[in-house]
Design a binder for this molecule. Sequence first.
Ligand SMILES: Nc1ncnc2c1ncn2[C@@H]1O[C@H](COP(=O)(O)OP(=O)(O)OP(=O)(O)O)[C@@H](O)[C@H]1O
Ligand SMILES: O=c1ccn([C@@H]2O[C@H](COP(=O)(O)O)[C@@H](O)[C@H]2O)c(=O)[nH]1
Length: 241
Amino acid sequence: MSSSTPVYKRVLLKVSGEALMGSQGFGIDVAVADRIASDIAEARRMGVEVGVVVGGGNIFRGVAVASKGGDRVTGDHMGMLATVINALALATSLRKLDIDTVVLSAIAMPEICESFSQRQALHHMDQGRVVIFAGGTGNPFFTTDSAGALRAAEIGAQAIFKGTQVDGIYSADPKKDPDATRFERLTHSEVLEKGLAVMDVAAVALARENAIPIIVFSIHEKGGFGQILTGGGLKTIVTDN
Ligand SMILES: Nc1ncnc2c1ncn2[C@@H]1O[C@H](COP(=O)(O)OP(=O)(O)OP(=O)(O)O)[C@@H](O)[C@H]1O
Ligand SMILES: O=c1ccn([C@@H]2O[C@H](COP(=O)(O)O)[C@@H](O)[C@H]2O)c(=O)[nH]1
């Protein structure tokens, strides 16, 4: 069921880093960043306060270093820096649309963007700005999904919207198993017990602990975020009961 009024006041949108590369094999396709920005702008016009965490998979993942015998922590540092690059790109796209946007990084780089603190995040969100949380959690051995769950809890988001490559959570990875079927609803515990790998375990556990629903949807559909916010679109909803 869909209406034109969103049921959410404040949400955390996790934007897939991989999605930002579009049909390229690497990096940022500006047209894709612009399109995702227009979806966020639409959510703002609906009156929804939006915090954003961007992934870094289009540029670098720490496991790539570790799998070749390199130092995992250094690799993760490189991955976190990749998320800052993506955050700056998305902020640029949002500002082109006159959307007041601030980037807060978990890793201090004051010449480039503000540093993250919960107080500053809440201040900017209360001012109606889109806040992009860069640098993941600031710690290695985590992912931006965990950063999404963490920031969602810190800003009091009513839900985490994971905008990814697939339109929901399936019985198996739909990119690998053509027979996989999509779930309409799941509990956090079911996602963990069934080992559904659309999101990492730490992120789902943190969302469960804080009773924050997770909505998994495809970031590739133009207008898709707005549709999901108003109850429509293809998705999987994860709640605590
Ligand atoms: N049971 C499942 N249901 C749905 N997707 C799954 C499942 N198991 C694995 N996946 C895969 O998980 C991917 C999403 O995970 P991941 O967090 O790595 O990507 P992302 O968030 O889109 O990218 P990035 O890490 O660059 O931000 C999907 O694209 C899908 O192929
Ligand atoms: O809290 C965090 C978040 C991310 N990383 C590293 O960055 C890359 C990119 O993030 P994705 O979530 O995979 O898009 C990730 O693979 C880690 O290497 C991190 O160390 N800590």
